[in-house]
Each structure stands twice: as structure tokens, then as C-alpha cells.
Design a protein around this ligand. Structure first.
Ligand SMILES: Cc1cc2nc3c(=O)[nH]c(=O)nc-3n(C[C@H](O)[C@H](O)[C@H](O)COP(=O)(O)O)c2cc1C
Length: 185
């Protein structure tokens, strides 16, 4: 069985996005045969990007978009990977200062960057509790304290590992729309 390789790449000034990253890892690691690297941009190299089949990109919401540190990582550290990583699978998560502060826009901005590199990005249709979802990535106001915030992060990581398993390694059994698959455990 081929191992699915997931990079969780994040920046975090005050630790909130870092907490989300840990939960994204929990979700990804819940899928069998998945290996995870969870790295701050300051510790991640272009080889980590080449290594990964899928990338969960996380940043605090800064002025409605991704942090400058995350933008710099893709602009400078990853630039040589442009046109060499087409088809890797990507998704995003963001911590904002308060609800409505732009975390979904920040997720979109990270997905825009990944799409520019030719990556395939996705959102999640699941509701993790009544009236609470992650259609454009996992978001939380400050730290992910509520169980629904925590489950959003886990669900994102799990879905990334499922899609990598399915589309990269041919594990059709992992597809979320496979009726035999326990989508809501
Ligand atoms: C430069 C800067 C810009 C920010 N811009 C926004 C913003 O546009 N919207 C928002 O809701 N919060 C904004 N915040 C607050 C952070 O997104 C929020 O505190 C977040 O939880 C920090 O995550 P971290 O702990 O991972 O650094 C900003 C913070 C900083 C430092």
C-alpha cells in the first residue's frame, strides 16, 4: 500500500493557527497509511513540498488575506517548484480575530496561490454541527476552542488524506461519496 504524504504548512504569530494545524494533523492521521509533516514556514523547505502528495496550508487572517510569511514562503522558498507540482492536492485553514473577520477570504487567498502552482484545491460540504461548516476551508475565531471548530480542522485534514488516497494512490474506497465509506463516524 502506498503511503499518502501530507504536508501541513502553517504560520502562526500567537498560536491559534498552530492549534488548528495540530487538529488538521489529527484528522489526516486518522486515515490509514498516511504520513504527516506539520511544519511552520520557517522550518519547511521546497523538498517538503516535493515530498507531499497533499498540502494543508494554514495562516492567521491578516488584513483579510494570508500572512506575509505564508505569501513569502510561496514567493521565495517554493518558487522553483512552479510548474513542477501540478496536480498535488491542496486545502486551507485560517484563524481570524472574530467571526466575519475574513478567514474564508484568507483561505481563498491561499487556495489561489496553490492553484497558481497548478494544484487542485477543494472545500468540504460536510456540516460538522448544526449550521456550521467548512465550505472554503476550516476557520476559527481565535483559538479552536469549540468542539465544532476542532472538528472542522479534523474534517479538513481527514478529507485531504482521503482525496490523496483516492486520487493519488487509487484508493477508491476512501472517496467520501462511496456509500460504503463511513463519512460521519
Ligand atoms: C497584521 C494583522 C492583521 C490582522 N488582520 C485581521 C483581519 O483582517 N481580520 C481578522 O479577523 N483578524 C485579523 N487579525 C487578527 C488575527 O487573525 C487573529 O488574532 C488570529 O487568531 C491570529 O492567529 P495566530 O494566533 O495563529 O497568529 C490580524 C492580526 C494581525 C497581527
Amino acid at each position: 500500500m502506498d503511503t499518502s504524504r501530507i504536508l501541513i504548512l502553517f504560520t502562526s504569530k500567537d498560536g491559534n493557527t498552530a492549534q488548528m494545524a495540530e487538529l488538521v494533523e489529527e484528522g489526516a492521521a486518522s486515515v490509514p497509511d498516511t504520513e504527516v509533516r506539520r511544519l511552520r514556514t520557517s522550518d519547511a523547505s521546497i523538498d517538503d513540498l516535493y515530498w507531499a502528495d497533499g498540502v494543508a496550508c494554514g495562516s492567521p487572517t491578516n488584513l483579510g488575506i494570508l500572512s506575509w510569511e505564508m505569501k513569502r514562503w510561496w514567493d521565495v522558498v517554493a518558487l522553483d517548484a512552479w510548474a513542477k507540482i501540478d496536480g498535488k492536492i491542496g486545502c486551507a485553514f485560517s484563524s481570524e480575530g472574530g467571526l466575519g473577520g475574513g478567514a474564508e477570504l484568507a483561505c481563498q487567498s491561499m487556495m489561489t496561490v496553490m492553484q497558481n502552482f497548478g494544484m487542485l484545491t477543494f472545500g468540504v460540504t460536510d456540516y460538522v454541527s448544526k449550521g456550521y461548516t467548512l465550505h472554503y476551508g476550516a476557520t476559527a475565531a481565535r483559538a479552536p476552542r469549540d468542539e465544532r471548530d476542532r472538528e472542522s480542522c479534523r474534517r479538513l485534514g481527514r478529507r485531504l488524506a482521503e482525496f490523496v488516497g483516492c486520487y493519488v494512490h487509487g484508493r477508491r474506497d476512501l472517496h467520501p461519496n462511496n456509500a460504503a465509506y463511513p463519512r460521519f463516524p
